[in-house]
Design a protein around this ligand. Structure first.
Ligand code: SF4
Ligand code: SF4
Length: 163
């Protein structure tokens, strides 16, 4: 019995490891990996479709704290007689990563492609409040160096390389 257990352990010494030394080594993510969102404030129409479809209700529509500087002023109506349309409240998605299940439904349903997903997955934090990303935070591109993956799984094991 002891010999059998030793043999079982010994044969793995010569096999290639399938574990990686994260964070120094990282797995190559698939092209369509669903990580943290990016929100394009300028193209969003505040239609709220993303918030309505979100299964765990991770999206809350909120007002911007600070308007983006490159936002163009609204066009003046050409016909002063024309009846004024009620302006839609300018709200944008705020996402709680405490609730988000990264299903991508908000991205798929957005008619303006204002929401996209990145390869950024390192979102853990000691404070739950920091897991709520405002529209302004979502409009920033994640700081992690995406694409700098040094380890990939292959059929014959793990191979290490720098992109
Ligand atoms: S990806 Fe997250 S925020 Fe978007 S619909 Fe799914 S759970 Fe909601
Ligand atoms: S992000 Fe897209 S779906 Fe959500 S409110 Fe803006 S335009 Fe509508």
């Amino acid at each position: 019995m002891v010999v059998k257990a030793m043999f079982s352990g010994l044969k793995h010494i010569f096999k290639r490891r399938l574990t990686v030394k994260y964070p120094n080594q990282r797995l190559k993510l698939t092209e369509r990996y669903r990580g943290r969102h990016i929100h394009d404030i300028s193209s969003c129409t505040s239609c709220k479709l993303c918030a309505n479809i979100c299964p765990p209700k991770a999206i809350t529509m909120v007002l911007l704290v600070k308007k983006p500087q490159n936002e163009e002023p609204p066009e003046k109506p050409q016909n002063e007689e024309a009846p004024k349309k009620k302006k839609r409240e300018e709200v944008h998605p705020q996402i709680s990563y405490e609730l988000c299940i990264f299903c991508g439904l908000c991205v798929d349903t957005c008619p303006k492609s204002s929401l996209t997903m990145t390869h950024s997955f390192e979102l853990s934090d000691y404070d739950r409040k920091n897991l709520v990303y405002t529209p302004e935070q979502l409009s920033e591109i994640p700081s992690e160096e995406e694409g700098r993956y040094v380890t990939v799984f292959t059929k014959s094991g793990v191979s290490h390389h720098a992109d």
